[in-house]
Design a protein around this ligand. Structure first.
Ligand SMILES: Cc1cc2nc3c(=O)[nH]c(=O)nc-3n(C[C@H](O)[C@H](O)[C@H](O)COP(=O)(O)OP(=O)(O)OC[C@H]3O[C@@H](n4cnc5c(N)ncnc54)[C@H](O)[C@@H]3O)c2cc1C
Length: 376
């Protein structure tokens, strides 16, 4: 198992329970990947790489993750900072009233309902393709004021971000639903994600090597099909979760990724903001502020911690560990060439957000791990 984020930890556990002996290599001094958490001096647990919420429509995925720790029901709330106001995001009836006034909001809501009957959340893609000039204007307003960041789209003709943590920014809810996600199960782990992952890999058939760059132990033989482990051909399954370009020494170039820059501030007050996340898309220094205490249910009076995310910067070979694939036609083509090289090595199995070069949620990662392991 190469890499111990949620994908690697889930697959390691499933393999161990299927009777495999699993050896895991993680290049960092900690497990967790993008789900890594740390505890601030004031005791508040924060997610080091950005806010992450567990949400799924899959009962099977929830049953799996719940085996490793208790969860509490959690409805994630995000506000947009706009025109000196804080309005619910995705925009809903309340947000439209606060931004445009009651009369204009009522007109917009009526027009949305008549143009898209039966749809509760209407995407900016639909608004931008509408023949109603008022809805087209609303779509443009959202592009100019909300979707300003350099983030992945579902495809070239879509304005809806593919990335889980920003995807719902691009919708209008025609009611007053102010929950960010719409999945039937939305929850957070009582003791945090790290505790869940530690329990996952706590199995007698799993051994873990931290601070170990797997590529110092594993290489591809010059026949391009055999994987060598410490120089000796290895026939067992190797599940690979980091970015694929480095496995093949960047032979087709470096896949583009983004990474975030995060800073924290501890404040002596119970709560500083009115909800877990505030989006500030027009700000050039900070795009998102997260107050972790809303997401951890920790009972710590008189203290809170804020997480500030700077606009994402590009990350590739030699430029730190990335977390978000920059998906476009060019990068997809480059990735496909690497994927062909991986397919030629029967013992390599790709898993997770980095290795598969796509955006996926925590739930998707677990679902994919179940699938990959079941096919071995
Ligand atoms: C800012 C942000 C917010 C998000 N918000 C949400 C959310 O709210 N809800 C949700 O469901 N999903 C969210 N996601 C997505 C979710 O976090 C990811 O899909 C998931 O954590 C990916 O896990 P992974 O194991 O595939 O990859 P990673 O977590 O990236 O794990 C890969 C691991 O491989 C290790 N590695 C790299 N190179 C090597 C090497 N050479 N040798 C050994 N190990 C190596 C890395 O150190 C890392 O631990 C968010 C993601 C981000 C970045």
């Amino acid at each position: 198992m190469i890499g111990l984020g949620i994908s690697g930890c889930s697959a390691a556990r499933l393999l161990a329970e299927s009777g495999y002996t699993v050896t895991c290599f993680e290049s960092e001094s900690y497990i967790g990947g993008s789900l890594f958490e740390e505890v601030r001096p004031n005791g508040i647990r924060v997610q080091s790489f950005g806010p992450q919420v567990f949400h799924t429509d899959s009962e099977a995925v929830f049953q799996f993750i719940k085996r490793f720790g208790a969860f509490f029901p959690y409805n994630h709330r995000v506000y947009l900072s706009i025109q000196n106001k804080m309005v619910p995001l995705p925009l809903n009836a309340n947000s439209l009233q606060m931004i445009f006034g009651n009369k204009q909001a009522d007109t917009l809501l009526a027009r949305i309902s008549s143009a898209f009957p039966g749809i509760k959340r209407v995407s900016v893609d639909r608004l931008m393709n509408s023949h109603d000039s008022k809805l087209l204007d609303l779509g443009r307003f959202m592009l100019e004021n909300i979707l300003t960041r350099d983030i992945n789209r579902k495809d070239d003709n879509s304005f809806v971000p593919a990335d889980d943590s920003f995807s719902n920014d691009a919708y209008v809810d025609i009611g007053n639903d102010d929950c960010y996600y719409t999945d039937s199960i939305q929850a957070m782990p009582m003791q945090g994600f790290m505790s869940i992952l530690e329990h996952m890999i706590d199995h007698q058939a799993i051994s873990v090597f931290l601070n170990t760059n797997a590529l110092s132990r594993i290489s591809i033989h010059q026949d391009n099909t055999t994987v060598l482990f410490d120089g000796v051909p290895f026939k067992g399954p190797i599940i690979y979760t980091p970015s694929l370009d480095k496995l093949f020494h960047y032979c087709y170039g470096s896949l583009p990724y983004r990474k975030g820059r995060i800073s924290f501030q501890d404040i002596r007050t119970d709560f500083q903001n009115d909800c877990a996340v505030i989006l500030t898309p027009k700000n050039k220094e900070v795009i998102r502020i997260t107050e972790s205490k809303y997401m951890t249910l920790q009972d710590i009076d008189g203290h809170t911690s804020l997480m500030y995310e700077a606009p994402y910067v590009s990350a590739s070979k030699g430029n730190g560990e990335p977390f978000e694939p920059v998906i476009n036609e060019e990068s997809k083509k480059m990735y496909e060439k690497y994927e062909e090289l991986a397919k030629a090595c029967p013992s390599i199995h790709l898993l997770g957000r980095m290795a598969c070069y796509r955006n996926q949620s925590i739930s998707d990662s677990i679902e994919q791990a179940i699938d990959v392991v079941s096919r071995l």
